[in-house]
Design a protein around this ligand. Sequence first.
Ligand SMILES: [Zn+2]
Length: 76
Amino acid sequence: MFVIDCPAHRSRVLLSERRVRSLRNTDAGVLLDLECYCGHVERIRTGRAAAALARDDDPERTSSGSPGPACGRPSR
Ligand SMILES: [Zn+2]
């Protein structure tokens, strides 16, 4: 679940994962586009979560040749 400050609602809105419109890994973290129930699209950067994911994900596995990019791993 995600909380956004929706300008159309003029309040905080709780959105489920179903409202995710795009998810991109960048050097600055994970960029999430969330669509509110009113149609407003809010962009969220979850840098800390991206860092936490990178810590959980064993970096040694990357160098030992797992094929392809894994979800949640920041690109370098
Ligand atoms: Zn809204």
